[in-house]
Write a protein that binds this ligand. Sequence first.
Ligand code: PLP
Length: 453
Amino acid sequence: MSDDTKIFLSESEMPQQWYNVQADLPSPVPPCLHPGTGQPLTPPDLMPLFPMGLIMQEVSQERWIDIPDPVLDLYKLWRPSPMVRARRLEKALGTPARIYYKNEGVSPAGSHKPNTAVAQAYYNKEEGISRLTTETGAGQWGSALSFACNVFDLKCTVYMVKVSYQQKPYRRSLIQTWGAEVFASPTDRTNAGRGILEKNPDSLGSLGIAISEAVEDAATHDDAHYSLGSVLNHVLLHQTIIGEEALKQMAIAGDFPDVVIGCTGGGSNFAGLALPFVREKFAGRDIRLIAAEPTACPSITRGKYAYDFGDTVQMAPLAKMHTLGHTFVPAGIHAGGLRYHGMAPLVSKLVDDGVVEAVSFSQNPVFDAAVLFAKTEGHIPAPETAHAIRAVVDEALKCKETGEAKCILFNWSGHGHFDMAAYDAYFAQKLIDCELPQADIDEALTHLPQVGG
Ligand SMILES: *Cc1c(COP(=O)(O)O)cnc(C)c1O
């Protein structure tokens, strides 16, 4: 086993293909349905919003998909990302477990999100699109897409939830630095936004409203498409570069994970690391795959596996997924990137098949783990990432009890440099561990659409 702390791949060792788990599933993922007709979606339904290159990836059953050269070139700005052995964390925990993490915080935007942003910008550029629209909550996705559009010379319009626009000015500054235009949503630029403002001029916005604005903007302009940062099959596909690198790095380390862990909002960073290990599991390896989510938005651990709308206003397609209901509004926890009502259909299917398991944590234990990580390993994790760290710490402490020397690998999805207000709130003991009453979930689930499956 290697004594190194960081395990690097050279650029020439970087994987050249994304892995499509759809090729290896024992049964197919249930298709997405048209929100109006309830019929399975066809590629033409998606053409107003997405380029053909991405639509074909969404439905592809090919096991390997070549990463285009211009995308590989851009990945080389920060990839391959290091895999790090967290020896100082192991020591602090007194665990016989070996802990490794993939540091996706080294990207320009500071998270895994540029892995798909760059690919999405590329396919849109190839098909003659000149502008992308998107929504952003805390600004992580908006900044990643702004970076990607800039490098491919595309315009980018970001609808940023107004409360974040006001409270998180520095992610907005990143978005502007890379050249995108960013508006506080609701705006008066779209029918959706104007409708909300008429009823409530002081609306602070929501992700659901911002999505509606971004989709309307793209659908009503021929030169523009829409871009989504998680949940969809092609987004998870692009993120598999993380797990493919990790497999090579584990081989160099002379080790192999017994447990693979990631935090889940829409499911993309977890899937990016985990899906290549799902392939290994299907091939007979004994691996546990654990998704870590917030108790305030527990789509896997307490949601229902059912068809639901992807968005609040019922414009987006219906997907079969673990969902808390499209009307569910989670509490304002600091891990903004984990506040989506549903889970990626691919991750949901793997949970339903018993391949992936899930755990949930509330804010204070999550920040306990974040601060322990920062004090031992130095890097300050995003609040989202800290959910994965909490799960890692718990697994490592179990090993301490049982004396098992397990190998744990997790995805360090991003740094927390723009989230220090959340750390301040934790130190001031102002973080609330909200218990989500079952009645709230039951109520939201009564709004699920009535469709088959
Ligand atoms: C957006 C984000 C997440 C959650 O999104 P997924 O699609 O579930 O990965 C997690 N961590 C960080 C740092 C993020 O920016």
